[in-house]
Design a protein around this ligand. Structure first.
Ligand SMILES: Cc1cc2nc3c(=O)[nH]c(=O)nc-3n(C[C@H](O)[C@H](O)[C@H](O)COP(=O)(O)OP(=O)(O)OC[C@H]3O[C@@H](n4cnc5c(N)ncnc54)[C@H](O)[C@@H]3O)c2cc1C
Length: 510
């Protein structure tokens, strides 16, 4: 008789939870072990003086990708997660005092663009049309599939896709062909910072981001982004996944070239037929895996995303001047990316993002007050960066810029929590405190990104931001879908009889 196989999942991030639910639904006995006190990893929640803050993600793109997990388990996403569309999407404030409101309402968007660069609206529509092609092509050919070998990537169809999506060119230079005004060039490219990469380095295919925001929308779950891992946790429990929090894994155990389970910090051993690691992949190879058994190829050559210096601020008043999503771009756009990614310096005049989640969901702040989530993109950890001294300078700069915009907010702060790259590294075990994991430049995407199945230890798998296909919530949900496909294959080769693979949900829109 076919044996029921077991899987142990290290980490209850969005990727770990989505994969665990899918595996249990397929018929495996699944256990998730998470070192922190709750689900979500980077998508955790912070309660502060009556305010509820998301710690990491604040924007949900491509909800139809999230929906596929619920559909695959025969559920309806809306029974777990209530999504609201944010429109206007956000306002971008430029260093010269001007601003641009992004909205999917095309007449208003057109008027906004024409105000900054006459004639730009028609070119913006062309830019969006290219973004749509990039969106489709990257989902079909690069992001939504497993690669078993490089040959699958180098087919004539893929190469055509690379050229069609401009994956071989840099985003900033492609956007510059559509817009002359530096402000618009910045406004159409800064979105790569959602992935922690510079628009000067990012493949132009990430023009899909503005398209996705305006064409498919920016979404926000009621209760905040943390509602997503909560929904996945509920789904996972319903299909029989066992979850243990405050349970840190010290190492993955092996017998020859097979993983046999994990050893916990307290010395307990947990045996499993399959091991799925949701801990950040490069961190896991360095800390949980015996390099004598298997190691990460090209580890020293890998490039990382930026990090975030965070302020979670409870105010004693509302700030009606701010919408839900606000972007403040600093001066010297190009120089600021060189500072972050090449010189490992905090830019003198940094750009930053401010979210006021209670604009969309008033339950997230006490009556008559607002909570500000401030994210300043900064370099990942580097020996030259000491956050004890740098932090107060960056904080002061944020309040100074807000004052320049007419927002005198520092004296209204009544509760505050700071989170630095060092905190990202230590709380969630992120290699170099890199907030988004491994970078997404051309040679770290598709089949070039570390694979979700170890090449030597075939029952050791990875899910999450630093494996294929990449970072960001929808992509990590796809990562769960892709790794489960591989794990099903391995389980079948071990003699498991699994529930049939779910039929995929409807085609991703757009
Ligand atoms: C500041 C910030 C803003 C972001 N904004 C957005 C956004 O707006 N939209 C978006 O789509 N994405 C955003 N992202 C990216 C998104 O958060 C990540 O891509 C995604 O959450 C990563 O999920 P993951 O499954 O890879 O795992 P993680 O969130 O990294 O979870 C891994 C889990 O493994 C646990 N773990 C690690 N080691 C061990 C161990 N030894 N034992 C037990 N448990 C362990 C960790 O504690 C963690 O809970 C943002 C990220 C950050 C940091």
């Amino acid at each position: 008789m076919a044996r029921r196989l077991s899987a142990v999942v290290v980490g209850a991030g969005v990727g770990g939870l989505a994969a665990a639910a899918r595996l249990a639904h397929a018929g495996l006995d699944v256990q998730v072990l998470e070192q922190t006190a709750g689900p979500g990893g980077r998508c955790a929640q912070l309660q502060l003086d009556g305010h509820t803050f998301d710690m990491g993600p604040t924007i949900l793109l491509m909800p139809e990708v999230v929906e596929r997990t619920f559909q695959a388990l025969g559920r309806r996403m809306e029974d777990y997660l209530r999504l609201r569309r944010c429109d206007p999407n956000y306002r971008v404030h430029f260093g010269d005092g001007s601003s641009l409101t992004f909205t999917s309402e095309l007449t208003r968007m057109g008027a906004e663009l024409e105000r900054l660069e006459p004639g730009s609206f028609a070119r913006f529509l062309e830019f969006l049309a290219l973004g749509r092609v990039q969106y489709r092509t990257s989902l079909d050919q690069f992001v939504g599939r497993n690669f078993d070998h490089l040959g699958q990537f180098l087919t004539p169809a893929s190469l055509r896709g690379i050229f069609r999506a401009r994956a071989h060119r840099r985003l900033y230079s492609v956007a510059s062909r559509f817009f002359r005004d530096d402000r618009l060039r910045a406004a159409m490219t800064f979105q790569t910072m959602y992935l922690g990469i510079s628009p000067y380095q990012a493949p132009a295919v990430y023009g899909l981001l503005p398209f996705s925001e305006l064409g498919v929308g920016i979404w926000f779950p009621e209760g905040g982004l943390h509602a997503l891992p909560r929904a996945l946790e509920r789904l996972a429990r319903e299909v029989g996944v066992r979850l243990s929090y405050r349970t840190a894994v010290r190492s993955i155990t092996f017998e020859g070239k097979r993983a046999t389970g994990v050893k916990l910090e307290d010395g307990t051993e947990v045996a499993a037929d399959l091991v799925l690691c949701n801990a950040d992949l490069p961190w896991a190879y360095r800390n949980l895996i015996d390099p004598g058994v298997t190691r990460l190829r090209r580890a020293e050559k890998l490039r990382y995303t930026s990090s975030g210096y965070m302020l979670y601020l409870g105010l004693d008043r509302r700030v009606p001047e701010l919408g839900h999503h606000n972007v403040f771009l600093g001066g010297d756009y190009r120089g600021s990316f060189e500072d972050i990614f090449e010189r490992f310096r905090v830019p003198a005049d940094p750009s930053f993002y401010v979210a006021v989640a209670s604009r969309t969901d008033p339950s997230l702040a006490p009556e008559g007050r607002d909570g500000l989530y401030v994210l300043v993109p900064v370099p990942r950890q580097h020996p030259s960066l000491d956050w004890a001294t740098l932090g107060p300078t960056v904080r002061a700069r944020v309040f100074a810029r807000l004052r320049e915009e007419g927002l005198d907010l520092e004296r209204h702060v009544v509760a505050e929590r700071v989170f630095t790259p060092d905190d990202w590294a230590s709380r969630f075990s992120l290699e170099h405190g890199s907030a988004f994991g491994l970078s997404h430049h051309f040679f770290q995407v598709g089949p070039f990104r570390p694979p979700n199945q170890d090449p030597t230890v075939r029952n050791l798998f990875f899910v999450g931001a630093s494996t294929q296909p990449g970072t960001g919530l929808p992509t990590v949900m796809l990562s769960a879908e892709l790794v489960v496909e591989r794990m099903r294959r391995e389980a079948a080769s071990l003699g498991a009889r699994l529930a049939p693979a779910p039929r995929l949900g409807p085609e991703v829109m757009a």
